[in-house]
Design a protein around this ligand. Structure first.
Ligand code: RFL
Ligand code: PHB
Length: 390
């Protein structure tokens, strides 16, 4: 088989790239090692920047997002018994975010791809990119016991942090930057109405907590937990008791509780690999970088990466120019590092650290106090949260 661009990974970055390219007549094949149902069972991000929403509109996959998504004009920061609202619209002259689950984004993009009759091969085993440093790259994989090869012009590695694309690059050609945080997030989904109409990010002596949502009847809640914790340690009752302790009384008292139907623990890390291009192989999304979820940036960075990458590839096919692809890595990384910085800062400000001592604790308190007193500091937070311009 031959195509123009092989996309490894059918997560949001791969699917969005596929739509952006096919709209311009560029042929793609998407390969994923797992099934469609498995991808749709993963519960992940929930907050979309306006730029991400606009990309969904551009590829004609935003109908349901506009029907069911919840526009949010602000969120709360609670700490030291205080409840401070960050008014995104006021602080950013009219910008807001959209609460709409990544699972739904993925679903809508899969539907758009299917409607356009484009090829996605699920359950593709042993996917491997080859010869991307030369002019004739190809990808091999195995499906139902049969070996396949797809020749192509370019390979897009959209296969997440554990994918094969980044690992295929020669050791000396890549530089990795990493920070592991000494805690994780325990998250649940439950069909109970959200405790507040906007998100609450809570800093508490017992640890961070986040109250988010998927709809008016479905809540997504998280608590900071130890990396040693196992899911069996966390009954629903323990979770509800713990999150209520970490919220101001008014919210704790009004929180509706009920059985969870999803529960998982995620470790927190910051990670960037440079560059994001190796000859005819490009990395995008979590394949190239990971941010802790505190700033709600992971999915949004995946979207901005594929925006830059699609523009570069479209320019290549339309103008026969390498300028865009030569500049892709630098352009994407410049936005990536700003989101990495913001996510690290939000994480540092909102979590309990056992390793920074009393000094670190006082610095955190001063940071929060400054943030709520200074419009300039609140504006910097709001500007990053709604997403820096592309
Ligand atoms: P994905 O979604 O991981 O998709 C990669 C796809 O590649 C496939 N794959 C392979 N296919 C073929 N061969 C191989 N060898 C392969 N290896 C992997 C996988 O099966 C998969 O289908 O990466 P992508 O597309 O780059 O998307 C990135 C986002 O998923 C991620 O950044 C976000 O979920 C992060 N994130 C959040 N981001 C936000 O913007 N806002 C949020 O509110 C937010 N909340 C979160 C989050 C991540 C979380 N976790 C998972 C820690 C909350 C949580 C709890
Ligand atoms: C979510 O709804 O899953 C969510 C929201 C905001 C975050 C992280 C996750 O910062």
């Amino acid at each position: 088989m031959r195509t123009q661009v092989v996309i490894i990974g059918s997560g949001p970055s791969g699917l969005l790239l596929g739509q952006l390219l096919s709209q311009q007549g560029i042929e793609t094949v998407i390969l994923d090692r797992v099934s469609k149902d498995y991808i749709l069972s993963r519960v992940r991000a929930g907050v979309l920047e306006e730029g991400t929403v606009q990309l969904m509109e551009k590829v004609g996959a935003a109908k349901r997002l506009h029907q069911e998504g919840l526009p949010h004009n602000g969120f709360s920061l609670t700490f030291d018994g205080r409840d401070h609202r960050i008014d995104l619209v006021d602080l950013t002259s009219g910008k807001r975010v959209m609460v709409y689950g990544q699972t739904e984004v993925t679903h809508d993009l899969m539907d758009a791809r299917e409607a356009a009759g484009l090829v996605t091969i699920y359950d593709a085993a042993d996917v491997e990119p080859h010869e991307f440093e030369g002019s004739g790259p190809y990808v091999t994989y195995r499906k139902d016991g049969i070996n396949h090869r797809i020749d192509c012009d370019f390979i897009a590695g959209c296969d997440g942090f554990h994918g094969v694309s980044r690992k295929s690059v020669a050791d000396g050609a890549i530089k990795e930057f990493e920070k592991i945080y000494p805690f994780g997030w325990l998250g649940i989904l439950a069909d109970v109405p959200p405790v507040n109409h906007e998100l609450i990010y809570a800093n508490h002596p017992r640890g961070f907590a986040l109250c988010s949502m998927r709809s008016h009847t479905r809540s997504r809640y998280y608590v900071q937990c130890s990396l040693e914790d196992r899911l069996e340690d966390w009954s629903d009752q323990r979770f509800w008791d713990e999150i209520r302790r970490r919220l101001p009384d008014s919210h704790a008292e009004s929180m509706v509780i009920g059985p969870s139907f999803e529960k998982s623990i995620a470790p927190l890390r910051s990670f960037v690999s440079e560059p994001m291009r190796f000859g005819r192989l490009f990395l995008a999304g979590d394949a190239a970088h990971i941010v802790p979820p505190t700033g709600a940036k992971g999915l949004n960075l995946a979207a901005s990466d594929v925006h830059y990458l699609s523009e570069a590839l479209i320019e290549f096919y339309r103008d026969r120019s390498d300028a865009g692809i030569d500049f892709y890595s630098q352009k994407a990384l410049s936005r990536v590092w700003k989101a990495v910085r913001f996510s690290w800062w939000m994480t540092t400000m909102m979590h309990r650290f056992t390793d920074t001592g009393d000094f670190g604790q006082r610095i955190q308190e001063a940071e929060l106090d400054y943030l709520v007193q200074s419009r300039a500091a609140s504006t910097a937070l709001a500007e990053n949260y709604v997403g820096l311009p592309y």
